[in-house]
Design a protein around this ligand. Structure first.
Ligand code: HEC
Ligand code: HEC
Ligand code: HEC
Ligand code: HEC
Ligand code: HEC
Ligand code: HEC
Ligand code: HEC
Ligand code: HEC
Ligand code: HEC
Ligand code: HEC
Length: 315
């Protein structure tokens, strides 16, 4: 994040430099540690700003509560030059002089989602540049729907309440999936929604965490199922893991998407009754006659994700 702040400040400097008239008020950016962005605006553009000490006179709760906040920590570490009240609430001199006129200060609880996001993104643009275009951004779920600066219960990432309760508070329909007999252990605290999703947006459908490879999100933890294999089962790459597995939870062992495994296979491998497979030639073995008996395909085709031994995935 620091690096990205560097970039945005540098850009700001370039823009300001281009404006000419403002250059005189703007310090050269390079020698100053860039986490001090907000402070710089306070320290070097004192006009309109009152300073955090003034706020403390009337807002004890917010001031005291901010002590161990990552925003304030920097302020303490850098001689009061970190992110202070006015870094977020904007210049407060007029508010102070009026004895606390509410219309003279930026209030997050009165602002529109767009205004809130813009405020936070002034500094966090680097972390979450695509937020506007995310499902949350588009649905006007703003930063403060999930984050709280002064009243965070989960202090780590300043979340209003911890996951998964935070996510369930809106995504009630997803909750039952994680109570099914087979599920990823999110409720048990073994993993989090954000192991697979980035609530700030990704380039994938459903804001699934992304990288160049589409199934990267699963492969992070299940490398052995992804290969590469000498004999690949193409469906793993073409359709992806979620063609066969329900990522949240399932009634079926191995999180399988169908309770009848054979039907899952037969969607593609049709014509099993001695006629023809769409994929591969017709097998002569009677075990493939679905009319005779039900035997799970993976009893024999146990290396269903791919094999380094045979192209029929039986070993
Ligand atoms: C002289 C006392 C005083 C000082 C100094 C002061 N405030 Fe306030 N502030 C108030 C009062 C009074 C309110 C209204 C409280 C209410 O309605 O509950 C208020 C409200 C606010 C609000 C909420 C606005 C809203 O819409 O409800 C914010 C945010 C705020 N102040 C921030 C600041 C910041 C930042 C500073 C320092 C720059 C500051 N205040 C300094 C007295 C003060
Ligand atoms: C990192 C950004 C940030 C910083 C720094 C910050 N605030 Fe806030 N403040 C917020 C947000 C966001 C809210 C809305 C409630 C919440 O999320 O906790 C808020 C709410 C408030 C409120 C309550 C008004 C309301 O709208 O309900 C007051 C008063 C206030 N802040 C004063 C301060 C003071 C005084 C400081 C400095 C000691 C400060 N804030 C520092 C972001 C910030
Ligand atoms: C003036 C700049 C500034 C503004 C405005 C600002 N932040 Fe920050 N924020 C920071 C800095 C600097 C840090 C500390 C980063 C670090 O330690 O690397 C931080 C830390 C955080 C963290 C914790 C990151 C972590 O890794 O633990 C969260 C969450 C966060 N900010 C959310 C917000 C939200 C939400 C808002 C708007 C209400 C906001 N910030 C407004 C500068 C800002
Ligand atoms: C739908 C909920 C949600 C919204 C909306 C949201 N966040 Fe977050 N944010 C989270 C969660 C959850 C985490 C913790 C991620 C983790 O633990 O892996 C987080 C983490 C962060 C962090 C820490 C660094 C990181 O990326 O992990 C920052 C900074 C941050 N958010 C800023 C913002 C800003 C700025 C906005 C608005 C533009 C915003 N968030 C909107 C849920 C949200
Ligand atoms: C304040 C309510 C709220 C909270 C809290 C919230 N969401 Fe959302 N989320 C929404 C809304 C509204 C949408 C967009 C409409 C929809 O697709 O349901 C959305 C969309 C999504 C989507 C995309 C759905 C799709 O079909 O593309 C995912 C994934 C998601 N949220 C995950 C999360 C996660 C993970 C968390 C917790 C870190 C979270 N949400 C917290 C309200 C919320
Ligand atoms: C093991 C990875 C994983 C975990 C953990 C996970 N998800 Fe998902 N989630 C996915 C994938 C993959 C999809 C896309 C499914 C698809 O496209 O068929 C998805 C889809 C979604 C959707 C949109 C479609 C739907 O089912 O409504 C929402 C909303 C969602 N997840 C919310 C959550 C929430 C909330 C949590 C935590 C309680 C969570 N997810 C945990 C992988 C995961
Ligand atoms: C953060 C790590 C992580 C990610 C990401 C993840 N998983 Fe898992 N997965 C696990 C763990 C841990 C277990 C075993 C949990 C348990 O004991 O229930 C598991 C169990 C499974 C199982 C059942 C295994 C069995 O033996 O019954 C399947 C199938 C599975 N995951 C598929 C997926 C798919 C598909 C994805 C991508 C959408 C995915 N996983 C993403 C950690 C992860
Ligand atoms: C063609 C359907 C299909 C696809 C695509 C698929 N799987 Fe599977 N997977 C299965 C079946 C069937 C089983 C059960 C095997 C058994 O019971 O012997 C299984 C079992 C698993 C297991 C349980 C442990 C193990 O190794 O047998 C994990 C973990 C798993 N798959 C992860 C993944 C991941 C990750 C992907 C994507 C890279 C993926 N699967 C793609 C069908 C599929
Ligand atoms: C989405 C379609 C799809 C699904 C579902 C699917 N497969 Fe496949 N399968 C393929 C394709 C495509 C090939 C490659 C055919 C080729 O190379 O001629 C293949 C190849 C195979 C082969 C090797 C065939 C050969 O000629 O070497 C076996 C065995 C196989 N699949 C078994 C299964 C089983 C068992 C399941 C269910 C767990 C399954 N498949 C699910 C599409 C699918
Ligand atoms: C009792 C073990 C067994 C079961 C159960 C089984 N197969 Fe096979 N399968 C084999 C063997 C052995 C071969 C390779 C020899 C052959 O062609 O008959 C094979 C070959 C295949 C081939 C490649 C075609 C070919 O002729 O090379 C496909 C595709 C296939 N099986 C799919 C399936 C599907 C789908 C199921 C479940 C509906 C299934 N198998 C159930 C043992 C089995």
């Amino acid at each position: 994040m620091r690096r990205l702040l560097t970039l945005s400040l540098y850009e700001a400097f370039v823009i300001l430099a281009a404006c000419g008239s403002l250059v005189s008020q703007t310090p050269p950016p390079t020698p100053v540690p860039l986490v001090r962005t907000a402070a710089m605006s306070t320290a070097h553009n004192p006009e309109g700003y009152a300073g955090a000490k003034a706020c403390a006179m009337c807002h004890k709760d917010e001031t005291n509560g901010l002590g161990d906040n990552p925003h304030a920590k920097l302020a303490l570490e850098h001689d009061g030059t970190g992110v202070t009240c006015e870094g977020c609430h904007g210049p407060g001199k007029a508010h102070v002089q009026s004895g606390g006129e509410v219309s003279k200060i930026f209030s997050f609880t009165r602002a529109t989602p767009k205004q809130i996001d813009e405020r936070c993104l002034q500094c966090h643009q680097g972390d979450h540049a695509g937020f506007d275009r995310s499902a949350h951004g588009e649905a006007k779920v703003d930063c403060t729907s999930c984050h709280s600066i002064h009243k965070a219960q989960d202090r780590g990432a300043l979340l209003k309440i911890a996951q998964p309760a935070l996510c369930y508070s809106c995504h009630k329909d997803v909750k039952p999936d994680f109570s099914k007999p087979f599920h990823h252990k999110v409720n048990e605290g073994v993993m989090k929604c954000t192991d697979c999703h980035d609530p700030h947006g990704t380039f994938q459908k459903s804001m699934v965490k992304s990288s160049a490879q589409e199934d990267a999100v699963c492969i992070k933890c299940h490398q052995e199922n992804a290969g590469p294999f000498i004999y690949e089962h193409p469906v793993v790459k073409t359709e992806g893991c979620t063609f066969c597995h329900s990522p949240h939870g399932s009634q079926n062992p191995r999180l399988l998407a169908r309770n009848n495994l054979n039907q899952l296979c037969l969607q593609c491998h049709t014509g099993l009754k001695g006629t023809q497979f769409t994929a591969g030639g017709p097998p002569t073995s009677p075990v493939h006659d679905q009319a005779m008996q039900y035997t799970s395909c993976v009893i024999c085709h146990s290396q269903i994700h791919g094999s380094n031994v045979v192209d029929t995935f039986i070993r």
